[in-house]
Design a protein around this ligand. Structure first.
Ligand code: G3H
Length: 488
């Protein structure tokens, strides 16, 4: 795909400037060699500021424009968009597999989940409008209260869910009447291109503006103007902080952020071993651990440690590795070229400080892949304990007293979710209450995850700002306004 158009102010503009080549880390047969997939425009400040002008113009335009448009008209635009998107399923699923190495079933799930999310958001928006636009009266003052947009939203999504999580930001922002500038993630960028026309012909000009290029070149100049009202980003806090700092009045910015997490699994002595091993396997390694919700550290009680680890380590080695379209594949090539080396560094650091690799294949490198290493005993001075690995390496600690993992969680910079495995309700009940005050979701006898998308998705401390979900995202991208009048 040689992508040469971008969407600004309702026009699909032609690009004749520099381009960035896009490669897949999935190799053809023979010796390992990344596959060339295409190229995208490498845009800069000029195009970024044009997109900002278009978004601001669309927000400020008079009556009948997007922010003041009737609810049913905005819904009609969104329905028109999603119907066209449904026709692109096969193409987008193919690109998900090639660009980010996501398995076929997971790529299909990402697409279908996104379509469902859009339809659910439309329904929720109808419901919100019915319930939130109402009259009230207190102390002789009448109020007509409603929910309105915030302004211009800059939206940046992650590479691990380049469609689903990006749209989990973009769709609610748009439907609430905001205008948007959106730059796709570095990996998973081409899969947005089949949707450019659908965006163009579904929404009024300037409501959705789509740019390509590096975040520093495109997003930073937009932030520097101080004219962005919402920074919506799923990714890492380094990028979020850097962009926030660019904004001259950052205290005015609404932040909708989904950031890092280091979700622990805590396996109690009475846990069902089959179930906890199966859930820890999915939790640590689904999509190679490249999920913010992945289990990134496992605490096992000393009484069951030996059996748990022996069975867990052999289950890891039994996972099938291959290309995303191979039937039953669980482990696939990593989309970031330097990632196996980074994971190797974490493993070496842990080995130097006294950990062992428990599984035979742990750390083996093939092409752009490194086999998941189960590391034990991990200590708190190791990088793999402190850093969000976001990849295939599993640090394990054992504990005797429950205070050990609880103290770690209290000290952690993150607070998204936890998985708790055990049976005795008298132990679990008080523990659940404690855990719920350290994170935002306690998963009982199951691995951590974001879905179903009707449930709140958020985190404490450095893990998130604002809440996403079909219900909450509409609120995160809006503000309650009202008209007041007196009973004269
Ligand atoms: O990367 C973070 C995502 O929110 C994970 O979503 O739990 O549905 O895989 P998921």
């Amino acid at each position: 795909i040689a992508q040469r158009t971008y969407l600004v102010g309702g026009e699909l503009l032609n690009w004749d400037g520099p381009v960035t080549e896009v490669y897949s880390t999935i190799s053809g047969p023979g010796q390992y060699k990344p596959t060339h997939l295409g190229s995208i425009p490498d845009m800069g400040e000029k195009e970024a500021l044009e997109a900002l002008d278009a978004a601001m113009g669309a927000y400020a335009r008079g009556q009948g424009a997007w922010p003041t448009m009737k609810v049913r008209d905005r819904i009609e635009c969104m329905e028109k968009f999603v119907r066209q998107m449904e026709g692109k399923r096969e193409r987008i699923v193919q690109l998900l597999m090639w660009e980010i190495g996501k398995s076929l079933p997971d790529s299909e799930k990402e697409f279908d989940r996104t379509v469902e999310y859009i339809y659910d958001t439309i329904e929720e928006y109808r419901e919100l409008d019915r319930n939130s636009a109402k009259f009230d009266k207190h102390q002789g003052v009448y109020a007509h209260i409603r929910r309105g947009p915030l302004g211009v939203v800059l939206c940046l999504g992650p590479y691990n869910y380049p469609l689903n999580e990006t749209f989990a930001l973009l769709i609610p922002a748009i439907i609430m009447g905001n205008t948007t500038i959106f730059k796709p993630a570095k990996h998973g960028v081409l899969l947005i291109t089949p949707l450019l026309e659908a965006f163009q012909n579904s929404f009024p000009r300037g409501v959705v503006n789509i740019l390509f290029g590096r975040g520093r070149a495109v997003a930073a100049p937009i932030m520097q103007t101080g004219k962005v009202d919402v920074l919506a980003l799923i990714g890492n806090s380094k990028s979020a902080n850097a962009l926030q700092e660019q904004h001259p009045k950052s205290n005015r910015l609404r932040l909708v952020l989904g950031l890092e997490a280091k979700n622990p699994a805590i396996v109690l002595p009475d846990a069902d071993l089959d179930l906890s091993i199966q859930e820890c396997l999915a939790g640590t390694l689904s999509f190679n651990g490249q999920r913010c919700t992945a289990l990134k550290v496992v605490y096992v009680h000393e009484d069951i440690r030996e059996e748990f680890l022996e069975r867990f380590a052999s289950a890891v080695d039994a996972l099938p590795f291959g290309n995303p379209w191979d039937p039953g594949v669980k482990l696939t090539p990593l989309p970031e070229p330097g990632k196996p080396d980074y994971i190797r560094e974490l493993i070496d650091d842990a080995l130097e400080k006294g950990a062992r690799i428990l599984n035979e294949k742990g750390g083996e490198q093939t092409d752009n892949y490194i086999w998941p290493a189960v590391l034990y005993p991990v200590t708190r001075d190791m990088r793999v304990y402190r850093e969000e690995q976001f990849g295939p390496v599993i640090p394990v600690l054992s504990f005797r007293e429950i205070e050990e993992p609880l103290d770690d969680m209290a000290e952690s910079n993150y607070g998204q979710q936890v998985s708790l495995f055990g049976k005795d309700v008298y132990t679990l009940a008080p523990l659940i209450d404690t855990l719920a005050n350290l994170v935002c979701r306690v998963n009982l006898n199951s691995s951590c995850q974001r879905g179903p998308d009707v449930y709140p998705f958020t985190g404490r401390k450095d893990s998130a700002q604002s809440t996403l979900s079909v219900h909450d995202a509409l609120r995160s991208f809006s503000i309650r306004t009202f008209v007041a009048f007196k009973d004269n």
